[in-house]
Design a protein around this ligand. Structure first.
Ligand SMILES: [Zn+2]
Length: 307
């Protein structure tokens, strides 16, 4: 697939306290991965998301809280894990803008696949609160842009981060045009994502992995989510691309290898080609062992390019 990587230098200005796992070094690792790939088109985010785009997902009070909390110096915390430095708000707004531009690029035929490599991550941010390193939920903002601004009828989001995408699920709970499927390790942070959580519209699919699960268990479960999404024939496929299910990751206990991320990317690309008009937008979420993150991102995007 013709693949476009979307980045923003603002991501380097989101500074978390010393020792925090969601750190600038992650983006440096991802940048090295992008630099290693031949034939990858690159672009910087052109503009931050505006308030209208955020309001499609977030309550006004949450947006106001994040803007008001933005510090002039040092750090402030929004919860035990979620910190802001003076550059964080701008970085988060550019991360949302990046997903919107990725969606527009694939809908306008500039690329078949986009990989939005921004930080902070977004999938834990709920409509009314920041949470789990995430200020705004950029993948949900991108999905609602596709539905409300670009006129699509149905958008699917598949979340392969090792943690459940509770914020994205909360967006899907109230939006039947959204299909949300997540594969994650069970009962770690944030504690949601049980398989009986299917949503009042029946548009949510959760698959929980036991601690220690490796590719032999993980891929068949991902295939179940893919088969379900395939039957829904979405107009666009979005992927929350977290790389913390890697065996070297310090925040979780699954055992995926580098190559498993390539295999996942190939399966997701095949789904986009067969059932979503070859429109795929992948959004960086977690991944906290920098060497593993660098290798896994390179393998993942390489597989998209080869698909
Ligand atoms: Zn994660």
């Amino acid at each position: 697939m013709k693949t476009l990587a979307i980045t923003s230098p603002t991501g380097f200005e989101h500074i978390t306290p010393e020792g925090h796992p969601e750190r600038v070094a992650r983006l440096e690792a991802v940048t090295r991965a992008l630099d290693s790939l031949e034939g990858l088109e690159r672009r910087e985010v052109r503009q931050p998301a505006g308030r209208d785009a955020l309001l499609r997902v977030h309550h006004a009070a949450h947006i106001d809280t994040v803007f008001a909390a933005s510090p002039d110096e040092g750090h402030v915390s929004l919860d035990a894990d979620t910190w802001m430095s003076p550059g964080s708000l701008n970085a988060a707004l550019h991360a949302c803008g990046g997903v919107i531009e990725g969606v527009d690029a694939v809908l306008d035929g500039e690329a078949e696949a986009a990989f939005v490599a921004c930080r902070p991550p977004g999938h834990h941010a709920e409509p009314d609160r920041a949470m789990g390193f995430c200020l705004f939920n950029q993948i949900a903002v991108g999905a609602l842009h596709a539905l409300d601004e670009r006129g699509l009828s149905k958008v699917a989001i598949i979340d392969i981060d090792v943690h459940h995408g509770n914020g994205t699920q909360a967006a899907a709970e109230r939006e039947p045009r959204l299909i949300f499927g997540s594969i994650h390790q069970g009962w770690i942070y944030p504690g949601t994502g049980a398989e009986h959580e299917t949503g009042r519209h029946g548009n949510i699919i959760n698959r929980m992995m036991p601690a220690g699960a490796a590719g032999d268990v993980w891929h068949p479960a991902l295939s179940e989510i893919i088969a379900r999404v395939e039957s829904e024939k979405p107009d666009l496929l979005l992927v929350s691309a977290g790389f913390d299910a890697h065996k070297d990751d310090p925040l979780a206990g699954l055992n995926l290898e580098d190559a498993d991320f390539g295999k996942a990317a190939a399966a997701l690309a095949a789904l986009a080609k067969s059932s979503a008009h070859s429109r795929l937008v992948c959004v960086l979420e977690g991944g906290y062992d920098c060497p593993a993150l660098e290798r896994s991102v390179a393998t993942f995007i390489g597989a998209l390019q080869a698909a």
